[in-house]
Design a protein around this ligand. Structure first.
Ligand code: ZN
Length: 151
């Protein structure tokens, strides 16, 4: 599982996570406490939907840094909500909490959503069987994946 990068210098921090995102959330919480940062955390358990999260993030004051470790589908919607609420890209860090990932096919540039716990991962556009790398593109909001035969 990836971990959050603590970005110092923000006025306050908002941490949103679900049960599968508890691990990166705990490590970030330690950093926030060690740094004496002002922060609020929201547990997005069952029954907590996008509307609730959107209201929470838009009610935060400017200068808040947003961290979220949630299921991939929810993160995508949350990103739109965060941008609408006025968050800058450098104020947002997301980690997909489950095994579902957005993957960017290096061969046809198609983005698929796949379950990395159930290989093989197949590109839904060109049909290649892919190996998912650990490098994630912030621009594409996806993990780079290349033909597994290339390894
Ligand atoms: Zn492809």
């Amino acid at each position: 599982m990836n971990s959050f990068h603590f970005a110092a210098g923000h006025l306050r921090y908002l941490l949103i996570f679900d049960s599968k995102g508890a691990e990166p959330a705990a490590s970030l919480r330690n950093s926030l406490i060690n740094e004496g940062a002002e922060f609020k955390e929201l547990y997005a358990g069952s029954g907590r939907d996008l509307k609730w999260i959107s209201e929470e993030i838009s009610s935060q004051k400017n200068g808040t840094c947003l961290y979220a470790a949630l299921e991939t589908g929810l993160l995508e919607k949350l990103e739109t909500a965060a941008v609408c609420a006025g968050y800058l890209p450098e104020e947002i860090q997301f980690i997909p909490s489950g095994s579902r990932r957005r993957i960017f096919c290096a061969h046809c540039h198609h983005i698929s959503i796949t379950d990395c716990e159930n290989p093989p991962v197949q590109c839904s556009s060109c049909g290649r069987y892919l190996k998912v790398s650990g490098s994630r593109s912030g621009y594409w909001q996806a993990y780079l994946a290349v033909d597994r035969e290339a390894f």
